[in-house]
Design a binder for this molecule. Structure first.
Ligand SMILES: Nc1ncnc2c1ncn2[C@@H]1O[C@H](COP(=O)(O)OP(=O)(O)O)[C@@H](O)[C@H]1O
Ligand SMILES: [Mg+2]
Length: 241
């Protein structure tokens, strides 16, 4: 069975169709890229999968169980976690406490949640900063913290929304290696990413959407050479292409 199955997903904002009949599957252990020009509907897809928005149309199944209509925390408990495009740690609390918020969803005892949070912080290389306030962290470390918060919920599926944006090439390489390690633990990953080097390095398959519709899919090499994909990016501006 697929890990995640999305069937005919649709989401409107007033008269605007942000996601338009989108279907795809994520297989166990797979890293799938989701790309498309700005405004294509990528983040809205994540919001629909993770329960932050309710789609008007379609189905989302995690290991066969339907997610549409469930609250975000319930969906997270079932094993689907997301990061946010805009990194938003709780700035006035410590790095450890930020990760505890995620860990407490999985572990009801505070002591066990703390142990889980510490383990995850070690895994992302932030162990030494556990007691520091989140507010002082530079962007690359805030991104790791965002990942740690999601990982502390022990996801089966992790949705990563532009986690490489704003990083320099060395930092991107570090994050690529790190996402590989997460995936090697058996976590299925759906990756929205404008940093094409990251998509090429990580995704075995890429979905391309434009105006909420799937316009192409294939290996990273196949989709970057696809004429319709090139035109979609040209038509919406090259800033992030
Ligand atoms: N909460 C919202 N209310 C109204 N329109 C929205 C909302 N969120 C996104 N949109 C619109 O939906 C479209 C898709 O947005 P989004 O999913 O953020 O695209 P992407 O992540 O691919 O850049 C855009 O036209 C955007 O302006
Ligand atoms: Mg987005």
């Amino acid at each position: 069975m697929e890990l995640l199955r999305v069937k005919d997903l649709g989401k409107h904002f007033g008269g605007l169709t942000a996601v338009d009949g989108l279907s795809f599957q994520l297989r166990p252990g797979e890293m799938l890229g989701l790309i498309g020009p700005n405004g294509a509907g990528k983040t809205t897809v994540f919001a629909c999968l993770s329960g932050f928005l309710r789609p008007e149309q379609g189905e989302v199944l995690l290991e066969g169980q339907t997610l549409v209509g469930l609250a975000p925390n319930r969906i997270c408990e079932l094993g689907l976690a997301r990061t946010f495009q805009i990194v938003r740690p709780f700035l006035n609390i410590s790095v450890l406490d930020n990760v505890m918020v995620g860990a407490l969803l999985r572990e009801k005892s505070v002591a066990r949640a703390r142990a889980l949070a510490c383990e995850v912080l070690g895994f992302v290389g932030l162990g030494h900063l556990a007691q520091s306030p989140a507010t002082g962290l530079p962007l690359p470390l805030r991104k790791r913290l965002e990942l740690a918060k999601a990982l502390a919920t022990r996801p089966k599926v992790l949705l990563l929304d532009e986690v490489m944006a704003g990083l320099n090439p060395t930092e991107v390489d570090e994050l690529i290696a790190f996402i590989r390690r997460i995936n090697a633990q058996g976590v299925g990953i759906l990756l929205i990413e404008h940093v094409m080097r990251g998509v090429m390095a990580l995704a075995s398959r890429v979905l391309v959407i434009n105006y909420g519709q799937l316009i192409a899919q294939g290996t990273p090499q196949e989709v970057v050479g696809n004429q319709e994909v090139i035109e979609a990016y040209l038509g919406r501006g090259l800033k992030h292409a």
